[in-house]
Design a protein. Structure first.
Ligand code: SAM
Length: 214
């Protein structure tokens, strides 16, 4: 069960120094280096969930700025609560629907996009809501640097097959594709497990992953 409205989550989000206020998002494109106060690369996770993946990365890579994007306040709240464990100046959160992602980051402002265990939206008529769909790839095409990277992992094989098929019409090409990430020692080097990855790999589901270097 997903808790969408935990009492007080909106207030906690509004007061958190880690969350970019919703009413300032329109002015964010082109200013992310000012927001972080440095010119380090910007890596984002879209559909971050409770944020453990980005928290782990931000802790071990202080020279990279991370932005986690999550649609639901109640889920984002968990990521904010985790920040009580560590102060991480290189991690920020946005509560928003990623449909507007190209209105929050400027052209070529993002160095890497992570999609982890994106919601499958199994009905055909909802295909354009899937985060690795061609509609979303078109938005990523705007915000991702020319030499940027897109990484997608999931245990959902139909979603992964769909995502791979979406690449060509969008003009993208995967440099790495695996249908069993956890059996590939070289790809597992530096792999950071997400909450969903841990849950589904522990019950034996193989994890699929692609990486695109533009
Ligand atoms: N990435 C995390 C992981 O691997 O553990 C969470 C995966 S969870 C299945 C997908 C998350 O993406 C949910 O928290 C959901 O609210 C969020 N999400 C789905 N569609 C979104 C959208 N259009 N914009 C922002 N977040 C979205």
């Amino acid at each position: 069960m997903r808790l969408r409205n935990i009492t007080g989550s909106r207030e906690v989000i509004a007061e958190s120094p880690y969350v970019v206020p919703e009413d300032t998002l329109e002015s964010c494109p082109g200013t992310w280096h000012e927001i972080f106060g440095n010119d380090h690369p910007i890596h984002i996770e879209i559909g971050m969930g409770k944020g453990r993946f980005l928290h782990t990365l931000a802790k071990s890579n202080p020279q990279i700025n991370y932005v986690g994007i999550e649609k639901y306040s109640s889920v984002l709240l968990r990521a904010i609560q985790k920040m009580e464990e560590d102060e991480l100046p290189n991690l920020k959160f946005i509560r928003m629907d990623a449909e507007d992602i190209d209105k929050v980051f400027g052209k070529g402002e993002v160095d890497r996009i992570y999609l982890n265990f994106s919601d499958p939206w199994p009905k055909d008529r909802h295909a354009k809501r899937r985060l690795p769909s061609r509609q979303f790839l078109a938005r990523y095409n705007v915000i991702l640097k020319k030499e940027g990277t897109l990484e997608f992992k999931t245990d959902n094989r139909p979603l992964f097959d769909f995502a791979v098929e979406e690449l060509e019409p969008a003009g993208w090409q995967a440099k790495v594709i695996t249908y069993d990430l956890h059996s590939d020692a070289s790809l597992m080097e530096g792999n950071v497990m997400t909450e969903y990855e841990e849950k589904f790999s522990s019950i034996g589901n193989p994890i699929c992953k692609y990486i695109i270097f533009r």
